[in-house]
Every structure is written in structure tokens, then in C-alpha cells.
Design a protein. Structure first.
Length: 155
């Protein structure tokens, strides 16, 4: 299934580009930021396998992780330290499902990504066959948010 990707994110949506960008960002980061980014990179790898390689979500759902995110949240980590500025108002986001992110904080976006990952981890094992959840759409939406985060921090 092809997903609609805003122009501003297209370079990150191609195979391996987002993972390469996350790898580069992780190498520059230190301490808690590095741990969070490593977790995000692993999660994106699993989600890409589902979206791009036809791997069943059931095979990877238990490998999706929010451990570092939860630890950092509990410790009061400032997720805005990853990028202090608000998310830019990219023209190509207008009219897309990501348009509401313009002007929001890095922390808001990270919280949304990990909240959606958590929902998949909790609900999928119990309602995997329920059509109302459209799991492939949920996977793609998380991936697009990760791409937006990558675009935001690299801008």
C-alpha cells in the first residue's frame, strides 16, 4: 500500500534514508539522548519491516520498545533539548495529516510517537483481527511522525 508523503519528508521516506539519518544523529548524541534515539531507530527498523518488507506486525510488536522513553519521562528529561525550536510550518505539510504539527514542540512530537507505539503494543495482541484499527495505517502514521521529527531536528 502506497502512502501519501508530504514533499518535505520524501527524501526520508525512501528505503534506508530515515535509518541513516537516525544513525548519524545517534552518533552525535550523548547519554540519555543517545539512548532515546537508539530506541527510536530500532522501532523504525521494525516498523519499516512491516511497511516495506511485508513482515507481519505480530512478528515484531513485542520488539517495539518504549523503555527508554518511559525512563526518561519518569526522570523529567527535557525532550525539547533535542531541538528547542518549534516545528516549522512547511508548505508541503498543509492539507496533510501532519499539518497540525506546525508550531508544536519537539517534546509534543516525541510524546505522540511513543504514545502511538505504546497503543500498538497494548492493543494489537488483543484486537489484531479487528478491521477498525487499520494496523498498516497506524504503522505508516508512526513512521511519518518519525520522519517529521528527523526533518525538524535537521532543519
Amino acid at each position: 500500500m502506497a502512502i501519501e508523503v508530504p514533499v518535505v519528508l520524501q527524501s526520508l521516506s525512501s528505503a534506508g534514508s530515515a535509518l541513516s539519518a537516525l544513525t548519524a544523529w545517534t552518533k552525535k548524541a550523548k547519554g540519555d539522548s543517545r539512548a532515546l534515539l537508539a530506541e527510536l531507530k530500532d522501532n523504525l527498523s521494525y516498523l519499516d519491516m512491516v511497511a516495506e518488507d511485508g513482515v507481519d506486525l505480530a512478528a515484531v510488536v513485542n520488539k517495539l520498545s518504549i523503555v527508554e522513553y518511559k525512563r526518561l519521562s519518569k526522570e523529567g528529561y527535557n525532550f525539547n533539548a533535542l531541538k528547542k525550536q518549534k516545528i516549522a510550518s512547511y508548505d508541503s505539510l498543509k492539507g496533510t495529516d501532519l499539518s497540525s504539527w506546525s508550531g508544536k514542540s519537539t517534546e509534543d512530537l516525541i510524546e505522540s510517537i511513543f504514545e502511538k507505539l505504546n497503543i500498538v503494543k497494548i492493543k494489537f495482541p488483543h484486537v489484531a483481527e479487528n478491521d477498525k484499527y487499520r494496523w498498516s495505517v497506524r504503522v505508516d502514521n508512526i513512521r511519518k511522525r518519525i520522519w517529521l521529527l528527523l526533518k525538524h531536528v535537521s532543519a
